[in-house]
Design a protein around this ligand. Sequence first.
Ligand code: SF4
Length: 375
Amino acid sequence: MTTVNNNPVIREATTEAPVLEAVDVTKHFALHGVRAHGRGKVVHAVENVSLALHSGRITALVGESGSGKSTLARLLAQLYPITSGEIRRHGTPVRVKGGKAFRKYVSAVQLILQDPFGSFNPVARINVTLMRAVKIHHRGASKAQRQQIIDDLLTQVNLVPPRQYTEKFPHELSGGQLQRVSIARALAADPEVFLADEPVSALDVSIRLGILNLLRKLTDERDVALLYVTHDIASARYFAEHTAVMYAGEIIEYGPSEEVTQRAAHPYTRLLIDSAPDPSRPEGEDRLSDVGQPPSLIDPPSGCRFHPRCPLAVERCRVQSPPRFDLESGHGARCWLYGDDEDAAAHRAHARELPGMTGVLRTGRRADLEPDGDR
Ligand code: SF4
């Protein structure tokens, strides 16, 4: 039996209080100079999203480009003001706009960006960059102590011996080495949260695993909460305990990573999995591209935002936005297929009839999507 949950904070099944959470967060960006019906138009980048991050846990936030996942990470980092909702740290709403409060906040909540080359001063040696961070976060330390802290940070990210790296310029390091330095810089603040925005997607495939393993190790050893923003749902299964899938500014599926990736409930998640890089798939086959492009967030589709691309859409999907239906084991999805009413049962029956949908339905979360009939 499913339960309807209109807007819960999506959290892991733990009694531990979250370190950082977004509660019903919405972000609209104004489009300056664009008006319709006398009103300014906005980009609906993030819509009523709730997500909780816990110490020592990794949460993956997965979606295509433009789904709002990076915007959500920046909202959690307080780089943009939210339009509505709350960002809570240890249960207390926080809004910092600059000055001392902002500096204190970013010490605790560190953002790691996709492109390590873009986040370094190209004419400053690594030691100079790290020393700046160490000076900010270790004010009482002597010069010798600061240098020791830099050596320790580089050792923690497996850049050893550290002095082999401190005198180099960013262009003298590989992408993987530079991403390790950016993680070391983030560690200088001794944060309790890492917001890693596509931390490996700009790197060579061969070194991605090393960086993910490093982030895993640091999460465990330092008991930090890590948000892993990625378009690669396959890596979410490997790397994160918990996965939330974002589409067109909304979280449409969430739960333990094993559940979400192995028994995906939402048709979008299923297509995302089917479109993940797979050497065994015939070249050119990409089920997600086959169903069109993501919608405009200036005028998002009515009802379920995925309906223009969804092979299982019915009339209800076009007019009514689905709530979140909790399934089992902390797994849930925003899709009318998981409703308990007669319309949902008819919807499931209709879905079973569709040619070519077997792959989607048979791997669906609910057994009643199997051809055997309703539970
Ligand atoms: Fe598809 Fe309808 Fe479910 Fe949206 S609510 S994902 S359109 S079946």
